[in-house]
Design a protein around this ligand. Structure first.
Ligand SMILES: Nc1ncnc2c1ncn2[C@@H]1O[C@H](COP(=O)(O)OP(=O)(O)OP(=O)(O)O)[C@@H](O)[C@H]1O
Length: 256
């Protein structure tokens, strides 16, 4: 039987030491993401989204519970094993791109492969392949300061995917983009998901971005309180998402 790409099992996260002030950021999170899904995570500020992403990407460990990525449990792995796991299995896109300014776009995209000791010939071929899919071949020799925010984010997506990770994680990947560039990036993610079966999980506060997903998990106070699956068109899904957000009875600007 095919394993889910992500299996979060009874994840609890408590910040602060015993006897000190403690905060339960995640209470009992359970969900799975199957291969080829495009899942969004939404929720008010402080609801636990970043905590969950950090645990999924093995940057942080849960207080209780287990994460399995493609059937492999993260429990009991030491720091070296966790960092190998991250390097091989996960691609990450951040809101602020995180590109290295003194490297060209080509060198930035190549980083995960260079760190794994892949041969130069293979690196060149893989970088050009992912650059073609994301439409950024013409800027490969440029430096980050020479291109637009939207182009930078597509380079960041290429870097996150060049080593063919099992899972692409995004933390507000459209957060720093204007609406045109955000749409371009989301179309590129949709294309990767539909044509190449890339499994994507992204946190977003924006209902338009979320409407590109096939499923949304809504988190509040460290718990999943609602799940929406896209059944109809994208505009219909957008309206449904707005409906759930309105039911939160929170002003929209607090949904970050
Ligand atoms: N290192 C930490 N130590 C103590 N408490 C923390 C720590 N990191 C986060 N928290 C608390 O845990 C809760 C969840 O935080 P988290 O950053 O995961 O929320 P979020 O949904 O990502 O919020 P935002 O959308 O504002 O980024 C918050 O109440 C936060 O104050």
């Amino acid at each position: 039987m095919k394993q889910p790409v992500v299996s979060a099992e009874h994840i609890k996260k408590v910040y602060g030491k015993k006897g000190e002030r403690q905060h339960e950021a995640l209470k009992d999170i359970n969900f799975q993401v199957e291969s080829g899904e495009f899942v969004g995570i939404m929720g008010p500020s402080g609801s636990g989204k970043t905590t969950l992403l950090n645990i999924l990407s093995a940057l942080d460990t849960p207080t209780q519970g287990d994460i399995k990525i493609s059937g492999n449990s993260l429990k009991g792995l030491n720091d070296n094993q966790l960092s190998d796991f991250r390097a091989q299995k996960i691609g990450f896109i951040f809101q602020d791109f995180n590109l290295l300014e003194n490297l060209t776009m080509e060198q930035n995209i190549a980083l995960p492969l260079s760190l794994q000791g892949v041969s130069n010939r293979q690196i060149k071929s893989k970088v050009h392949q992912i650059a073609r899919i994301l439409g950024i071949q013409q800027i490969l020799k440029s430096y980050p300061t020479e291109v637009s925010g939207g182009q930078k984010q597509r380079v960041a997506a290429a870097r996150a995917l060049v080593h063919q990770p099992d899972l692409l994680l995004g933390d507000e990947p459209t957060g720093a983009l204007d609406s045109k560039n955000a749409k371009n990036l989301l179309e590129a993610l949709k294309h990767l998901n539909e044509e190449y079966d890339t499994t994507i999980l992204m946190v977003t506060h924006d209902a338009v971005s979320a409407s590109y997903c096939k499923r949304i998990l809504f988190i509040q106070d460290g718990e999943i309180y609602r799940e929406l699956e896209r059944k109809g068109s994208q505009p219909e899904f957008y309206q449904e998402i707005l409906g759930v957000l309105a039911n939160l009875e929170l002003p929209e600007e607090s949904l970050v």
